[in-house]
Design a protein around this ligand. Structure first.
Ligand code: ADP
Ligand code: MG
Length: 554
C-alpha cells in the first residue's frame, strides 16, 4: 500500500492539488486495502479522484463504468491533459478505433478505461486477457429504480463482481438515501462494501421557495439583479425550456435550451458554450448537467417542482461548486404536483415515486428550516437552523387554526366530498359563480362562512391541512377533496390544530423587507430566532421541531 507521502505526491504531480478533500484519502486507503467501497458524496465533492488516483498506482487497468458518452469524453480528455493514459469505449466508435484501444490495453498502456454499461459485452474477450485492478461504477444510483436516474443497463453490472471476485469495486454516487444505498450494494454484489458518507451540507447555497404564479416575471426580476452571473433553469418539459428561452431572449438575455430532443451537435454546443461562459443561461430538462464540471454557476432555478429531493439536491448542487455564495430558487405550484403525480402513475415503482414526490412537496411547503429538511433526508442532522433559507430569514408565526380547519372540513363534509379545492374555497367565500349556483351550493350551511379570508390564503391553509393529513386529494376522481381519518378528530373530537398565520407571515415579511431597506434587518430575524431557541430549551427539544410539521401532527 502506498504511504501518505506518496499519495500526496501523486495528487500534486498528476492533478495539481496540494491536499485531499475530506474523506478522499480515507477512501483511497480503503481501495488499496482491497475493500469494496460505496462513496456517497455530493456533486462536486471530488469523487473522481477516489478512483483516478488509485488507478495510477495500481498495476493493472481500472475499469470505469459511466452512464453518458459526454461525461466519459470530458473525463478522459481531462485525464489525458494531465498526462494520464486513459481511453473510452462506446458505440460511437469505429471497429478500428476500438481495436486500437484493445491493443493499448493489452500492452498495458492504458490505466483507466471508461465504458458505458451497454458496451461492456464488447469487452468480454479482452477482459479475460488483462489484469483488472479496480472497477469503478460512477453515478451508481443509475442501478436503482429507487434512485432518480434509473438506467436498465446498469442492472447487469452485478456480474462484474462474480467475474472478478478479487478485484475491489468502488461505487460512487451523490444519492444518499438509505434505501437506494442498500439497493446499490445488493445489486452490485458488494454487500460488505465500506460506506463513506460525506457531508452534504452546502452552506454557500441559499435556499428559497416561492409560489409559482407569474414565474416568468419573477425570473426576469431575479435575473436583472444578476446581469453577469450564469445559471441553469430546470423545467419539467422540453416545451417549457423552449418557451422560456424565447421569452428570455426577447428580454435581451443570453439563454439557450437543452433537452434530449435537441440534436447531439447543438446540445454539445450549448454545453460547451455554458462551460466557456459564452452561454449565460441554460433552460434545461434534467438531462442537463450530470457530471458537468463548471465551478462558477451562481444560481439554479427550478421552474417546476422536481420529482424528488435527490434530484432537486443534485440539481441545486450544480451551483456554487467554487464555494462562493450562490442562490437557488424553487417555484412551487400545485399544478406541477398534479402533473408529477400523473407521471408517477404511468411509470414503474409508483408507490415509491409518489412517496418521494410527497417528501418533495413537504419540503416546498415547509415552515421550518429547509436545509435541515434536506440534510435530514440524507441522514445528516444539524443543530442550528441554517439562517440561509427563506424560512430562516422569515420564520412564520403559528396560530390556533382549529376554527379555520373546522370551517374547511365541515364544508367538505357537507358537499359529500364531491368537489376539488377551488370549488370548496368558492363555497367558503360565498362566491356567486355558475359552479356554486348551478349546484345549489348557496344552500350549504357553511356557504360564505370564510368570507373574511382571501382566496389565496384559503388555498394556502388548505394545502397546510393536506400536508398535515387532515384532507386528501383524490387524484383519480378529478382531484376532489376528501376527508381522512384525522379529519374526524377536528370535526368531532375538538382536536386543536396549528396553522401558519399567513397574514401575520406577510406582515413579518414586509417588516423584514422594510428593515432590510433601512439596513437593520437582523434585529427582527434575530428576535424570532431567539424566541424559537428559548421555546426549544424550555421544552427540551431540538429547536427546529418547534415549528416542524411533525410537531404539529402530534
Ligand atoms: P464529483 O464527481 O463528486 O461531482 P468531481 O470529481 O468531478 O466531483 O470533482 C469536482 C471538482 O473538485 C473538480 O473540479 C475537481 O478537480 C475538484 N477537486 C477534486 N478533488 C480535489 C482536491 N483534493 N483539491 C482541490 N480540488 C479538487
Ligand atoms: Mg462525478
Amino acid at each position: 500500500m502506498p504511504d501518505p507521502q506518496q499519495l500526496l505526491h501523486t495528487l500534486k504531480e498528476y492533478f495539481g492539488y496540494d491536499s485531499f478533500r475530506p474523506l478522499q484519502e480515507k477512501i483511497i486507503d480503503s481501495v488499496f486495502s482491497g475493500n469494496d467501497n460505496l462513496v456517497i458524496m455530493p456533486t462536486g465533492g471530488g469523487k473522481s479522484i477516489c478512483f483516478q488516483l488509485p488507478a495510477l498506482l495500481l498495476p493493472g487497468v481500472t475499469l470505469v463504468i459511466s452512464p453518458l458518452i459526454a461525461l466519459m469524453k470530458d473525463q478522459v480528455d481531462g485525464l489525458l491533459a494531465n498526462g494520464i493514459q486513459a481511453a473510452f469505449i462506446n458505440s460511437s466508435q469505429t471497429e478500428n478505433e476500438q481495436q486500437d484501444i484493445y491493443t493499448k490495453i493489452s500492452s498495458k498502456e492504458i490505466k483507466l478505461l471508461y465504458i458505458a454499461p451497454e458496451s461492456l459485452s464488447f469487452l468480454d474477450a479482452v477482459l479475460s486477457q488483462i489484469e483488472v485492478s479496480l472497477i469503478a461504477i460512477d453515478e451508481a444510483h443509475c442501478i436503482s429504480s429507487w434512485g432518480h436516474d434509473f438506467r436498465p443497463a446498469y442492472t447487469q453490472l452485478g456480474y462484474l463482481k462474480n467475474r472478478f471476485p478479487k478485484t475491489p469495486v468502488i461505487a460512487l454516487t451523490a444519492t444518499a438515501d438509505k434505501a437506494t444505498r442498500q439497493d446499490i450494494c445488493n445489486q452490485l454484489n458488494i454487500i460488505d462494501a465500506k460506506q463513506h458518507l460525506a457531508s452534504f451540507d452546502r452552506a454557500n447555497l441559499s435556499l428559497e421557495v416561492r409560489p409559482g404564479n407569474k414565474r416568468i416575471e419573477q425570473i426576469i426580476d431575479f435575473l436583472k439583479d444578476k446581469p453577469n452571473d450564469c445559471g441553469i433553469i430546470y423545467c419539467l418539459s422540453r416545451k417549457t425550456t423552449e418557451m422560456l428561452v424565447e421569452k428570455l431572449k426577447s428580454q435581451g438575455f443570453n439563454a439557450e435550451a437543452y433537452h434530449a430532443g435537441i440534436d447531439h451537435h447543438k446540445r454539445s454546443q450549448v454545453q460547451e458554450g455554458f462551460i466557456n461562459d459564452t452561454v449565460q443561461i441554460v433552460c434545461a430538462t434534467v438531462a442537463f448537467g450530470m457530471g458537468i464540471d463548471k465551478s462558477n454557476v451562481r444560481w439554479v432555478i427550478h421552474y417546476n417542482l422536481p420529482k424528488n429531493i435527490e434530484g432537486y439536491y443534485q440539481e441545486i448542487g450544480r451551483a456554487g461548486r467554487d464555494g462562493l455564495p450562490s442562490s437557488t430558487l424553487l417555484f412551487h405550484s400545485y399544478a406541477d404536483v398534479v402533473q408529477l403525480q400523473k407521471f408517477a402513475n404511468t411509470s414503474g415503482n409508483q408507490e415509491v415515486q409518489l412517496a418521494k414526490l410527497d417528501r418533495m412537496k413537504q419540503y416546498a411547503d415547509s415552515l421550518s428550516c429547509r436545509r435541515k429538511i434536506l440534510l435530514s433526508y440524507f441522514g445528516e442532522l444539524i443543530e442550528e437552523d441554517c439562517g440561509n433559507c427563506d424560512v430562516c430569514k422569515n420564520p412564520p408565526l403559528f396560530i390556533d387554526g382549529t376554527i379555520i380547519a373546522q370551517k374547511a372540513l365541515s364544508t367538505v363534509a357537507r358537499i359529500k366530498e364531491q368537489e376539488p379545492m377551488g370549488t370548496v374555497i368558492d363555497i367558503l367565500r360565498g362566491a356567486q359563480n355558475t359552479t356554486t349556483l348551478d349546484k345549489g351550493y348557496q344552500n350549504v350551511k357553511t356557504y360564505g362562512i370564510g368570507k373574511d379570508i382571501a382566496w389565496k390564503d384559503w388555498q394556502q391553509y388548505i394545502i397546510q391541512l393536506i400536508n398535515q393529513g387532515y384532507l386528501e386529494i383524490a387524484f383519480h376522481q378529478n382531484n376532489k377533496l376528501k376527508l381522512t381519518t384525522l379529519s374526524k378528530k377536528i370535526l368531532f373530537d375538538s382536536e386543536k390544530i396549528s396553522l401558519a398565520h399567513l397574514q401575520e407571515f406577510e406582515k413579518i415579511k414586509q417588516a423584514n423587507i422594510e428593515q432590510i431597506d433601512k439596513g437593520v434587518a437582523p434585529t427582527l430575524f434575530e428576535k424570532l430566532r431567539q424566541l424559537r431557541l428559548e421555546l426549544a430549551k424550555e421544552a427540551d427539544i431540538p429547536a427546529y421541531q418547534i415549528f416542524s410539521d411533525a410537531t404539529l401532527k402530534e
